[in-house]
Design a protein around this ligand. Structure first.
Ligand SMILES: Nc1ncnc2c1ncn2[C@@H]1O[C@H](COP(=O)(O)OP(=O)(O)OP(=O)(O)O)[C@@H](O)[C@H]1O
Length: 244
């Protein structure tokens, strides 16, 4: 089932066309990676698809019905969670940070407590529960950030470079843990990344964006192994790097 769909979407800023997408769909259960050079339009696509930004032209559909970023019902907005590169944790304990979304939804205290406990364990950060979130390392903070998004049991999880600030061993461990979590929860995920290694480990399908256009789309392994002419220079650079 199509959860989200873009039809004839364009994002234009001044004379620049940042995004031009005739059709794009996110199906239930998809684990989609989005890769492309700097400034290609990856984050813009994420913002339009998650209703954080209205397109200049075109239609954004939720389960076949057109919806608008500027007048989206709160109930619908709450079905989407977004985690960005900067974890933006607030000055309170890890417990409070992870439970905040549920508190705002007026969830019962006991339920919040149980769910926070569950997600801290899932992300292996239960030992940090009472620590101030602002005093965490980058890797710890990103685990809190992801737990904070997943505790809301979103219908779609949007991730914009959530691992890019982490050192390699921290990143590798978190990707492994996160992969298991996504597998267990079957959360529909839209994942913007610069890193082919992350994409390879975490996604089932891959979208290559170049100059605001969807240049290639398909099974992740197939796109990486057989990039088309326009995607090849970009993807092959990564492949060279990984075979060093
Ligand atoms: N509000 C805006 N006004 C004008 N230009 C913008 C605006 N937001 C983004 N851009 C431009 O749109 C283009 C696409 O930006 P976007 O952030 O979507 O790219 P990206 O693929 O995510 O890039 P990166 O990999 O560097 O994060 C860039 O050229 C950027 O400078």
């Amino acid at each position: 089932m199509k959860i989200l769909q873009l039809i004839d979407v364009k994002v234009i800023a001044g004379k620049q066309r940042l995004l031009d997408i005739p059709e794009f769909s996110l199906e239930q259960g998809d684990l989609v990676g989005v890769i492309g050079p700097n400034g290609a339009g990856k984050s813009t696509l994420l913002k339009v698809l998650s209703f954080l930004q209205a397109p200049s032209e075109g239609h954004v559909l939720y389960k076949g019905e057109e919806k608008h970023a500027n007048s989206l019902e709160l109930e619908l907005r709450r079905r989407f969670a977004v985690a960005l590169q900067q974890s933006l944790l607030f000055d309170a304990s890890v417990n409070e940070n992870v439970g905040l979304g549920l508190k705002l939804r007026k969830e019962n205290k006991k339920v919040i407590h149980e769910k926070v406990d569950y997600w801290l364990k899932k992300f292996n950060i239960d030992h940090l529960a009472i620590k101030n979130a602002r005093s965490l390392s980058g890797g710890e903070a990103q685990r809190v950030n992801l737990a904070r998004a997943l505790i809301l049991e979103p219908e779609v999880l949007f991730l914009d470079e959530p691992f890019s600030a982490l050192d390699f061993p921290t990143k590798a461990q978190l990707i492994q843990d996160f992969k298991e979590i996504l597998h267990d929860t079957s959360t529909t995920t839209f994942f913007v990344s610069h890193d082919l290694l992350e994409i390879k480990h975490l996604t089932k399908s891959l979208v290559v964006i170049i100059n605001g256009n969807v240049n290639q789309i398909g099974d992740t392994k197939v796109v990486i192994d057989q990039p088309n002419e326009a995607a090849a220079p970009f993807l092959n650079k990564w492949k060279e790097l990984y075979t060093l």
